[in-house]
Ligand binder design. Structure first.
Ligand SMILES: [Fe+2]
Length: 234
């Protein structure tokens, strides 16, 4: 099964490899540069150091760092170029690309995890795909967990029959097994795959990126040009 078939007809997600890993290294360097402008992170020299220092910040300070990273405006194009072989195989060269990719920290001991959700809930089109990757190896429980799309849809059908919202059942499930990813790997998934993150005990914060894109051949529906911009991969 090819990667597009796996995403559309199979599990709904697949792990891909970067074909331009040097761009991910460049992202690391730029991230360190932007982060070290923040007064709490002065003189951060490496990703390991940044993860350690982030792990000592309060929730408010972490939010403040996230805001200061809004200046990293090339992040989306760098992410899709790092994985361009797979992205082009999935959606072609002419894409709509998320204007600002998300930089997401999961700090141990802080409750800043992402609750279970599907991205379709936030108004992106059914033709959008989500790419999620780490800025380092993720070999603990700090990464993203995903359910396959069949299990996700069954869950929502059950919830519909019971006239219940996405609430306690899914939030309390133990079936959240975060994916381990090597630096240079990403998971790509469709907007009907339940996912989130869980708390972990690692003193090093996890630094993840998420980026959305779709073919320009398909309609955007609710999320329009404020969210996306046209981008040409070649
Ligand atoms: Fe999401």
């Amino acid at each position: 099964m090819g990667i597009l078939e796996e995403i559309v007809f199979g599990k709904g997600y697949i792990v891909i490899q970067a074909n331009n890993i040097e761009i991910l290294e460049d992202i690391q360097d730029q991230l360190i540069g932007f982060a070290s402008d923040h007064k709490k992170l002065e003189e951060v020299l490496s990703i390991g150091d940044l993860r350690k220092r982030l792990g000592k910040l309060s929730s408010n300070e972490v939010n403040d760092v996230v805001l200061s990273l809004i200046s990293f405006s090339d992040l989306s194009s760098m992410l899709v170029r790092a994985f361009s072989d797979s992205v082009m195989e999935l959606v072609g060269e002419s894409i709509y690309l998320q204007r600002r990719s998300h930089i997401i920290f999961n700090s141990g001991f802080l409750d800043n995890t992402v609750s279970a959700h599907i991205d379709g809930m936030s108004g992106i089109s059914p033709f959008s795909l989500i790419l999620w990757t780490g800025s380092h190896d993720i070999d603990d429980d700090s990464g993203i967990w995903l359910w396959d799309q069949e299990k996700t849809m069954k869950y929502f059908q059950e919830q519909g029959k019971n006239k219940a919202g996405a609430g306690e059942n899914v939030l309390n499930t133990d079936e959240k097994k975060p994916l381990k990813l090597k630096f240079g790997e990403a998971v790509v998934f469709n907007p009907f795959v339940l996912h989130g993150s869980i708390a972990h005990q690692n003193p090093l914060s996890r630094i993840g990126f998420s980026c959305r894109f779709q073919s320009r051949k398909h309609p955007l529906f609710i999320r329009n040009s404020e969210f996306y911009y046209p981008y040409q991969l070649q």
